[in-house]
Design a protein around this ligand. Sequence first.
Ligand code: RIB
Length: 306
Amino acid sequence: MANTVTVLGSLNVDTTSKIEKIPLPGETISSLSRSSAAGGKGANQAIAAVRAGAKVNFIGKIGKDDAGHFMIDCLKEDHVNTTHITEDEVAGTGAATILLDKKGQNSIVVYGGANQRVTAADIDAATEQIKTSDFVVAQFETPQKAALEMFKIAKDNGVTTILNPAPAAEILPELLKVTDVIVPNETESATLTGIKVTDEDSMLANYQAFKKMGVANLIITVGDKGAFYANDNSHEFLPAFKVKPVDTTAAGDTFIGALSSQLKPDFSNMTDAINFAQHASSLTVQRMGAMPSIPKLAEIQAVAEK
Ligand code: RIB
């Protein structure tokens, strides 16, 4: 049976400018092209999970504006349950400005807006959805206090928690204690542990550091190189599938959403779930935009069978 996943997270309208190279301080450059699409780490992860076969609930906040309604319509189109997306009276819907260079690498500036105004009370209102999920997922584009409230409800009800600490920020120690799986990229991992990720030994040292903070399972995503998984019983590095990237936006989000759709709550299929998630993100990087680039189950299965 498909997993039920509840995602707490951000909803952003992304504006992407394609450029030759990232401008220097004080430099003005021309954009080669400009496009707009639905994004936000939370919304991307929810879409990745639902397109990979999960049943998905979303908890988040929009402004009272057209951008917010656009975001809700995008999630509804993919049958994400949006009952617990509320409208904020003060701030506008989140937005991201993305600079994309010729190699598909990006730099992102995010206006948090309404995303930053999700409260513990918003989470409590979604208690029933949280309790009946297999996994809950959170990132750091919504307040950590809201993630803490969701993870506490999840843990009290035997639901597995996945934390994507992106963008990297100091973490509430109590949040780590209710996190089952932490999924940083190599930069975020090093920021949080103080241990630079250079090789498998350093990844294992990162795991030991997270374990001391109270997290039993670590997955580090290492861009086009692959992903490292560690817990007390095993650890391994799974290489990525080589493709030519067009736009890496939402690659990490696709990995997390796809993983949450496939992973068994006892983690017995961890290797298969990571490989599936890597196939999904290898498709995302070959297309433009965040949400529009995220693949559906049949496409992921097709590349996985090759
Ligand atoms: O992870 C990619 C996302 O980060 C973009 O869609 C943008 O909205 C920012 O939140």
